[in-house]
Design a protein around this ligand. Structure first.
Ligand code: NAD
Ligand code: DAU
Length: 351
């Protein structure tokens, strides 16, 4: 029976990865380690409570002693590391938090894995989930990020993720730690915290609040359905080669303004509003500092070597996502009111 540690499993992508692994691999013990910051919400994993192969551990990866102790007590066969501060705007207002969690936290996990696996590294894997933002920004010339593109991060968030990627590679090259990395484009789907573009705008449209478009809305992002990302993580965890990097993306580029207009028209239809009503909420605001113009991922290595392809067309995925938020009003309401932070106290601490 394998024991796999997944960090950040109470967050957006992590909750989808935990759910996939717990349900698909009943023969694995899945340990979800999360600090439950503002972005962590155990209600995202309500459906897994009581499953015999699922366990939650509340811990902070910045606490090096706690990480060494945990890895000393438990023999993890693999680590899938997603825990991070993930929001670019927050990294602009508070960069230091990103250094603690994303850089020091990752190094703490690497140290703990190295110490625990020193006698038998074979068959183990440290898998770091990273972002396309480490590659910097593209111009509008059709080029894409490949695994060979040099690192050129611009925001404190992407600088912290680039730094953690470098540490993961350094531990592989210097200490022989079996480790690999994937760099993924923008995810969308259920359980995403409503500070990120798509869920924030769905929530604002529902409540007739302004839609703050940064700059002219001409920035381009490459969107991937979160469950396709989780499937890619599964494939890479099981068949990826230590020392390698894999890009993950949907070949699905949208300017922010085109995406926002599409969301507005879908929402008008779903809410029974006259066409054009939600677009009136669009409000152009001051641009994000250091705003990267364009991201686009070339994921052909993953497609060719590991046979992964995205399963969902964007328009279909966006409809599904909007339906999910409309049908899960209570989840959204708990998250926006802050009530979700009591979930851990109520469900877990009492036990
Ligand atoms: P998220 O913000 O939704 O979740 C992050 C999780 O990490 C939360 O549950 C939070 O409680 C936990 N966490 C934060 N600090 C911690 C700490 N010190 N110790 C333990 N747990 C801590 O993030 P997400 O969007 O799900 O992203 C997950 C990972 O995927 C991140 O590493 C991010 O860089 C990467 N990524 C995200 C995207 C995207 O579009 N969201 C794309 C590519 C890569
Ligand atoms: O590319 C992968 C990255 O995608 C991940 O590594 C990050 O964790 C994730 O947050 C995401 O980063 P972005 O900055 O691209 O996502 P965000 O949803 O914050 O913004 C998407 C685009 O929309 C970006 O160009 C900024 C713009 N935007 C965003 C918000 C929140 C607005 O115009 N208005 C807004 O209010």
């Amino acid at each position: 029976m394998k024991t796999i540690l997944i960090t950040g499993g109470a967050g957006f992508i992590g909750s989808h990865v935990v759910r996939l692994f717990v349900n698909k691999y009943p023969e694995y013990n899945i340990v979800n380690l999360d600090k439950l910051t503002y972005a962590g919400n155990l209600a995202n994993l309500k459906d897994l409570e009581g499953k015999p192969n699922y366990e939650f551990v509340k811990a902070d990866i910045v606490d090096s002693d706690a990480m060494l102790k945990l890895f000393g007590e438990r023999q993890f066969d693999g680590v899938i590391h997603l825990a991070a501060e993930s929001h670019v705007d927050r990294s602009i207002s508070n960069p230091t938090e990103f250094v603690f969690t994303n850089v020091i936290g990752t190094v703490n996990l690497l140290n703990a894995a190295r110490a625990s696996w020193k006698d038998q590294p074979e068959g183990r894997l440290f898998y770091h989930i990273s972002t396309d933002e480490v590659y910097g920004s593209l111009s509008n010339d059709g080029t894409m990020f490949t695994e060979e593109t040099g690192y050129d991060p611009h925001s404190p968030y992407s600088a912290s993720k680039a730094s953690s990627d470098h540490f993961v590679r350094a531990y592989h090259d210097t200490f022989g730690l079996p480790a690999l990395i994937s760099n993924c484009s923008n995810n969308y789907g259920s359980f995403q915290f409503p500070e990120k573009l798509i869920p924030l705008f769905i929530n604002n449209i529902c409540n007739n609040k302004p839609l703050p478009v940064y700059g002219k809305g001409e920035n381009i992002r490459d969107w991937l359905w979160v469950e396709d990302h989780a499937r890619a993580i599964d494939v890479i965890f099981h068949r990826g080669k230590p020392g390698e990097t894999y890009n993950i993306g949907g070949h699905n580029e949208w300017t922010n303004i085109d995406l926002i207009k599409l969301m507005c028209s879908i929402m008008d239809r779903k809410l029974g509003r006259e066409a054009g009503t939600s677009e009136k909420l669009i409000t152009y605001v001051k641009d994000r500092a250091g705003h990267d113009l364009r991201y686009a991922i070339d994921s052909s290595k993953l497609q060719k070597e590991l046979d992964w392809v995205p399963s969902l067309q964007f328009e279909e995925g966006l409809e599904k996502t909007i339906d999910w938020y409309l049908q899960n009003e209570e989840w959204l309401q708990h998250v926006t009111s802050g009530d979700y932070q009591k979930y851990y106290e109520n469900q877990y601490q009492k036990r």
